[in-house]
Unconditional design. Structure first.
Length: 367
């Protein structure tokens, strides 16, 4: 089955053609290009015209646990989740609608990051809020980066020569967005992102977790609207807000090397908060077999990953001197280390395509 995967992220739109589980081509557009009259989507459809289906990554699927064949009513339902993922959801919706308009004969499948975290235990999924608010089970922790994490877990098991069942690990997706997930026997049991992709570790432009009392104080003293606060937390915080750069870690490190104190502090906070989330996730496991890093930072900036791992001796984590070639998966820790440290090149396209193929085959939805 030939499936075109379209992956709108927080900094780019990625496309890949996957034919029966094997990727045969890929392309990337910067976010500004992806939003420009939908030309990026039409370009992808033009490059790979012989298709059986198109699969689109959606960050937020609400309570949905499986990929979904999109129609007008399901798109409208996903529209209602835009306030919960304002950085990603609008682009995914636009991408899906462009595909349906351009190639109406093709099935379009939505694959959700939140689905992997549907297994969260109740204690990990709930917020300590008034039960009148949470009774309908909508104001809860959903978790994100699930497609990336699901692939990384499976690939880590292959690299370690072990079955996913019985493996307990912490998976860190480290890119423009950052999340940390505890995985036991292939299932998510805790994760740093929650009701929205704002919770958890510090990110490129997103704040991560902040004392809600501080936010209430700022809103009352500066008389900010909820929309203004949302913009500040999603687009003007994190590495960008602290360092005065665009938030790209490469720019922060360059500013740090040039002696800029704000960039130096921003990087220190970034490492501290990521390590803290890793420690918190590990507490949801019985033991820690492996620490797995994936995402753009893991793929292209191994020194940052070593800096993170180097601050976790209390967990028995020690990265070795091995550096996998760029674009390849690898084990960083020494053989026999109590906790294996791995980097896995992100391949959400393969996970998205597999989910779409399974759904279409099961439901007989191919036209």
């Amino acid at each position: 089955m030939r499936i075109l995967t379209l992956n709108p992220g927080s900094s780019s739109l990625k496309a890949s053609l996957v034919d029966d589980g094997v990727a045969h081509g890929w392309a990337t557009w910067e976010l500004a290009e992806a939003r420009d009259d939908a030309r990026a989507v039409r370009d992808a459809l033009g490059r790979w015209a012989d298709l059986d289906a198109v699969a689109v990554r959606f960050v937020h699927g609400g309570a949905r646990k499986e990929p979904t064949l999109l129609d007008d009513s399901r798109l409208a339902a996903l529209d209602r989740l835009v306030p919960l993922a304002p950085v990603h959801q609008p682009l995914s919706l636009a991408v899906a609608r462009t595909v349906r308009q351009t190639r109406p004969e093709l099935p379009v499948v939505a694959c959700f990051d939140t689905a992997f975290h549907a297994t969260l235990p109740e204690a990990a999924a709930h917020y300590p809020l008034p039960r009148a608010w949470t009774r309908q089970n909508r104001l809860r922790r959903y978790g994100f980066h699930g497609l990336s994490c699901q692939y990384a877990v499976r690939r880590a098991a292959e690299l370690l020569g072990r079955s996913v069942t019985g493996l307990q690990l912490v998976c860190c997706h480290v890119g423009a967005g950052v999340s940390v997930t505890a995985v036991k026997n292939g299932h998510s049991v805790d994760t740093s992102m929650g009701f929205t992709p704002l919770e958890g570790a510090m990110m490129a432009t997103r704040s991560g977790s902040v004392d809600p009392g501080l936010l209430l104080h700022v809103m009352s003293t500066a008389q900010m609207t909820p929309g203004e606060m949302a913009d500040a937390l999603n687009h003007r915080s994190g590495l960008a807000g602290m360092s005065g750069t665009n938030g790209d870690l490469r720019a922060v490190l360059a500013a740090k090397a040039a002696g800029e104190e704000d960039a130096d502090l921003a990087y220190a906070v970034y490492l501290h908060r990521l390590r803290r989330e890793i420690g918190a996730a590990a507490m949801s496991l019985d033991r820690l077999d492996a620490l797995v890093f994936t995402g753009g930072v893991a793929e292209f900036q191994p020194d940052v990953i070593r800096a993170v791992a180097g601050g976790l001796p209390v967990l028995g984590v020690h990265a070795g001197d091995v550096t996998p070639p760029a674009g390849e998966d690898g084990v960083l820790s020494e053989p026999g280390a109590p906790v294996a440290v791995l980097t896995v090149v992100p391949r959400e396209d393969l996970e998205i395509a597999q989910g779409a193929q399974d759904m279409l085959s099961t439901q007989g939805a191919l036209r």
